[in-house]
Design a protein around this ligand. Structure first.
Ligand code: AMP
Ligand code: ZN
Length: 741
């Protein structure tokens, strides 16, 4: 649900003109319903509202809050969508230290711990706790620990463990974790003036897999395991990124601040009995709305504890999240307190650690895979082995540096495991088992898919194939070309493009412009009618799509350049490059130095662009695009006008009637303006269409001149600000215009 809601979507909403009183009541109802739904979804695992209904209610609440900002509450479900980036994380001194846990690597070590506990208990005053000793057995969640503070039931702060004494304030990010309650349900915990609880934030295995897949595709370094991924996600500067990461929580303990008031506790932590035992406290946590791991067991004997550990070990691979052991805790808080702490860990708890699941096998071959965005990835292929519940036979080695770091040779006996219980991983080689037949792996000099010379962009780990005509990349490159911000060809979805590729009609972007009507009309879609005949694209669609393809020839240079999918050349970079170079020919002829000299173009981008244009394969495709009638240059007239809005910064918001926002932005950019998506003190003008939302409010609060659509049309028609200056609306932008020259 998270990624469907973005602050940007605010402005598309039309808010009925609710009276303030009515809006207040409605917002309250919506908040209550949404909180309940979210609790049912995330904590109870029993959703009653569909995702669509949830989203639609959330959008309504967002709309009301946008129209009536005073109705926004700190705990509103809309606050979960992620706040704007913060610069750094403020240090947080924990009211009581966050300890780590002592380890037991096997049952003998676990039993030694029981012995110590029992010996200690013999010397204690047994009047404050009851015997026999009970133990709370819990799964040891492999995530990132967190401390949550509540005041009178409201979340006030979330902090990482840090070094145990001082952590980092990650409140904004923690708010985006859906199952962390922002407000506690009525009861003992909600009534406390101060409550601090500890828990674990984790990333489910499937989300981890997905995240690493994306990282691999983007040529970025993948996370080693879900724990790192969770920690990394919590420490994002931009909490919108955190919000997109599907983090979840298990809360499992009160802070020591409640138990050991002798510490120099900051704040007023009541020494409430909090249920008196660990298992009773877990119930209180549940009642307050926290998500508590259901796999807990109260054990009275060592044998019971052993059985819990064995069972946990058996089911660990079936759990949707990773665990790395079992935590055994003395159940009674009074006894916990008497047992106390060593310098590093509580005496009253221990982590029974699972042995890492590693196996050995023989590395037969390293094969190169060409990713859909052009990265060459070496993949280890080894004799099949059973690891962590399933058989694996291949694992990505990510890139050349990784192979070197791991020191594996083809033919080596290697150690394999599963990162985060899901992703096969080569740990390293057993060098003593080498017999002289092993050989060093060489990365290829040419793309195995298309035979083009590959290269490495300075500062990046991956070797890349930049051939715009590379079969391995066809689908992705073609999809990018037809997308909105690029050539914008409507009617060509992923499936159709895939069918066209399969039919041999498309391979690179120039092929769009030689598609014939009949071949498109008769294209089989791989779907079959009842009578067994295959569905085809058909006349109507074929005509429409061909017209759209024709229209795409008129797209502005910057958007077509973006469509080429040159690494690191996104929309902003395309704007920059086409502002500097009037024609494709000029851009193609520019050397690294000339490119790097442009303000905003770094050596990486310069290198990337250079190597793209150097490839003969790419030159051939570009020539075909030119032959097909694509402009790939700025209009001569544009160039004269270009400077009239140089350096003036615009933000567009709300719905325009005469033209789309993309068109409006293009028109402004033709005049040299910069168009950005968020309002800041740097913004010169905000152009507000109908139903403008938060950007409008922000512009007003920053005192930025707000123009309407008529003003915009006047600017475009007049080629500058003269028209509106006459109307006395123009801001003083002379300084803004100066700093770009
Ligand atoms: P370690 O990091 O190996 O020293 O293990 C200690 C960490 O285990 C604690 O800091 C917690 O973050 C984590 N942990 C995970 N699950 C639990 C649990 N049920 N009870 C206590 N600690 C846990
Ligand atoms: Zn290739």
């Amino acid at each position: 649900m998270e990624d469907r809601i973005s602050p940007q979507s605010l402005e598309h909403l039309s808010v009925q003109d609710l009276s303030a009183q009515r809006a207040d009541a409605r917002a309250e109802e919506l908040r209550r319903t949404l909180k309940q739904a979210s609790h049912e979804y995330y904590v109870l695992d029993a959703p009653r509202l569909s995702d669509e209904v949830y989203d639609s209610l959330l959008q309504e609440l967002l709309a009301i809050e946008t129209a009536h900002p005073h109705l926004i509450t700190a705990t509103s479900p809309t606050r979960r969508v992620g706040a704007t980036p913060s610069d750094a994380f403020a240090p947080v001194k924990h009211a009581a230290r966050m300890y780590s846990l002592g380890n037991a690597m096997n049952f003998a070590e676990l039993d030694a711990w029981f012995d110590r506990i029992e010996a200690a208990v013999g010397n204690l005053d047994a009047s404050s706790f009851s015997l026999p000793i009970c133990y709370s057995c819990e799964l040891k969640i492999d995530g990132s620990s967190i401390a949550l503070n509540y005041a009178h039931g409201e979340l006030t702060r979330a902090a990482t463990r840090g070094d145990g004494r001082v952590g980092e304030d990650i409140t904004a990010n923690a708010r985006t974790v859906r199952d962390i309650p922002l407000r506690l349900a009525k009861g003992l915990l909600a009534d406390l003036p101060q409550l601090e609880v500890r828990g674990e934030i984790y990333l489910p295995k499937t989300s981890f897999q997905q995240l690493n897949k994306l990282a691999d595709e983007a040529g970025e370094k993948p996370f080693a395991n879900p724990r790192n991924a969770a920690a990394g996600s919590l420490r994002q500067k931009d909490s919108r990124v955190t919000a997109g990461r599907e983090l979840a929580s298990f809360i499992y303990a009160p802070s020591e601040a409640h138990m050991n008031p002798q510490e120099d506790a900051a704040g007023d932590f009541p020494r409430s009995d909090l249920g008196g035992t660990q298992h009773a406290f877990l119930d209180l946590l549940c009642q307050a709305g926290f998500r508590v791991n259901p796999d807990v067991q109260l054990a009275r004997t060592r044998a019971d504890v052993h059985a819990f550990c064995t069972a946990a070990l058996e089911k660990r691979h079936d759990l949707p999240y990773e665990i790395d052991g079992v935590v055994v805790k003395v159940d009674s808080f009074a006894l916990q307190q008497q047992l106390g702490y060593t310098a590093k860990a509580p005496r009253w708890a221990i982590a029974f650690k699972f042995p890492p699941e590693e196996k050995t096998t023989v590395l037969r071959e390293i094969r190169i895979q060409v990713g859909r965005t052009g990265n060459l990835t070496p993949v280890a292929e080894f004799d099949p082995v059973l690891v962590a519940g399933s058989t694996i036979a291949r694992a990505t080695l990510h890139n050349e540096d990784e192979i070197k770091r791991k020191g594996v040779l083809v033919g080596d006996t290697i150690i394999v495991r599963k990162a985060g219980d899901v992703i096969p991983e080569v740990v390293g080689a057993i060098e003593s088992l080498r017999d002289g037949t092993q050989r060093v792996f060489q990365m290829p000099t040419h793309c195995p898919s298309c035979g083009t010379a590959v290269h490495r962009i300075p500062g990046e780990v991956a070797l890349r194939c930049e051939n715009i005509d590379c079969p391995a990349q066809s689908l992705e490159r073609l999809r990018h070309w037809v997308s909105r911000g690029a050539a914008d060809i409507e009617g060509l979805g992923t499936e159709t493009i895939a069918s066209l590729i399969d039919a041999g009609l498309l391979r690179n972007v120039a092929d769009f412009y030689s598609l014939g009507y009949e071949e498109l009309r008769d294209l089989g879609l791989g779907r079959f009618r009842r009578d067994g005949s295959e569905q085809t694209f058909g006349e109507i669609m074929a005509k429409k799509v061909l017209a759209n393809i024709e229209a795409s020839k008129q797209r502005p240079f910057a958007r077509l350049l973006f469509g080429l999918g040159i690494r690191h050349v996104g929309t902003t970079m395309s704007d920059l490059l086409t502002a500097r170079f009037t024609t494709l020919g000029q851009l193609q002829a520019a050397g690294i130095e000339e490119l790097s000299a442009i303000d905003g173009v770094g050596p990486q981008i310069a290198h990337s662009a250079r190597s793209f244009f150097e490839l003969p394969e790419n030159q051939a495709v570009l020539q075909r695009l030119l032959n097909a009638g694509l402009q790939l240059k700025n209009d001569a007239a544009d160039h004269q006008l270009e400077q009239s809005l140089a350096g003036v910064k615009f933000v567009l918001t709300g719905a325009l009637t005469q033209l789309t926002r993309i068109e409006a932005a293009d028109q402004l950019k033709r005049l040299g303006a910069r168009v950005s998506s968020s309002v800041s003190s740097q913004t010169d003008y905000v152009i507000a269409g109908a139903d403008a939302g938060s950007k409008y409010d922000k512009a007003i609060s920053l005192g930025i001149t707000v123009l309407d659509e008529d003003d915009l049309l006047r600017i475009i028609a007049g080629g500058g600000l003269d028209g509106i200056q006459a109307a006395g609306k123009a801001a003083d932008v002379s300084t803004a215009a100066e700093d770009v020259h």
